[in-house]
Design a protein around this ligand. Sequence first.
Ligand code: B12
Ligand code: SF4
Ligand code: SF4
Length: 330
Amino acid sequence: MENKNCSGGCETDSDDTKKTNNYECAETSKQEETQGCGCSSEVSPEAVEEDNECGCSPENPEEMGEEDDGCGCGCGVTEYPDQSQINNPAQPKFMADNDFINALEKYAYSIGIKGVGYTQITPELLIKDTFVPYPHAIVLTMEMGQELLEKCPGEEAHQLNDAAYARLGKLTYLVSDYLREHGFATQVAHPYESKVNFTPLAQKAGLGWIGKSGLLISPDIGPGQKISAIIVSIANLPEKDPNTHSWVSDYCKRCSNCIKACPEKAMLEKEGCCGNKETVFEKKLCIGCSQGCTYCIQECPFHTKGYDHIKTKFDKMNDKLRERNKNKCC
Ligand code: B12
Ligand code: SF4
Ligand code: SF4
């Protein structure tokens, strides 16, 4: 697989830009033709198409739970070696009060965790036929890191990507030990593991929404994050409404930066039924793990501009459209 040729210096276009992309790779340049600088284009009211959801694009169930055929980074294992320093309590507690939850979150944030969410693990969220001792999950997220998100695919990016997995794994075990120390039983779902389907689990926990790229997009980290979970004995976890971020799907319908940015054409947009566009993901073509590719993240407006900026623009755009349509009718 060829590596992209990084040179550097491509800046995003507005003053209120949240981040600057200090890279310019061959594929990015291709986009410049259509999107000005090519770093990240935002959608305009003109680009808005009719939303025609018919819900008729089921995934191939045969492919669900398919064995990982080796993506080159070691992810996808069902069990990862246990790094716990503290044993599970013999008689675990099942209820946690608010003070404990606040202290737990404070501890998690202090060691480098970015997001903490809570949800229940339902059978469709289990990747393989694995046993989980409790249905309650604490979901943790951590930033992938700017250095990785500025790298072109290759050995260096691969190493940085692996290091991010290892780091979140370590942090997850620290949080798990904290829970055990306080009388709760835990089982870690390491970020490398294919035990629980982290992306939909994190969405269910209210930590963000799954974008067209297939990745979780969160308010404070965008799509550039790693996810892990702790299966825990706490039965009264403070779950949040997962729908707060569902508008992201509407935004994605009008943007395809991630698809255009993919150097391997692993993501393709095809005509689906009823005139809908359907995104197809060819896992085997993806070099995300084998070469630490992150182009689908680097080019996402939620990464380049930030969630709040996109939300404000999106709301304004919808207001404008509503106004236009109102005027058309009268
Ligand atoms: C295996 C795996 C891969 C493999 C898949 C190989 C294979 N032969 O199966 C490949 C190499 C494709 C891969 C690539 C990447 N991965 Co990956 N991957 C996983 C892993 C370990 C398991 C996913 C899985 O098998 N789910 C279960 C099966 C049943 O689900 P699935 O239907 O196959 O669906 C998954 C994907 O295929 C994808 N998907 C499914 N349908 C579609 C449709 C479209 C259009 C797209 C774009 C994606 C997509 O989304 C699902 C994610 O769970 C998870 C960790 C976990 N435990 O969840 C990380 C995980 C999903 N990967 C992650 C990341 C970050 C990446 C990469 C960016 C690489 C990188 N640099 O780290 C790319 C992104 C590719 C993309 N656009 O989705 C993160 C996602 C974080 C987030 N923000 O959401 C996870 C959660 C790892 C983690 N612990 O943080 N990954
Ligand atoms: S889908 Fe895979 S190959 Fe394509 S941009 Fe994303 S990580 Fe890279
Ligand atoms: S690049 Fe655009 S379409 Fe892809 S996930 Fe981000 S916002 Fe959605």
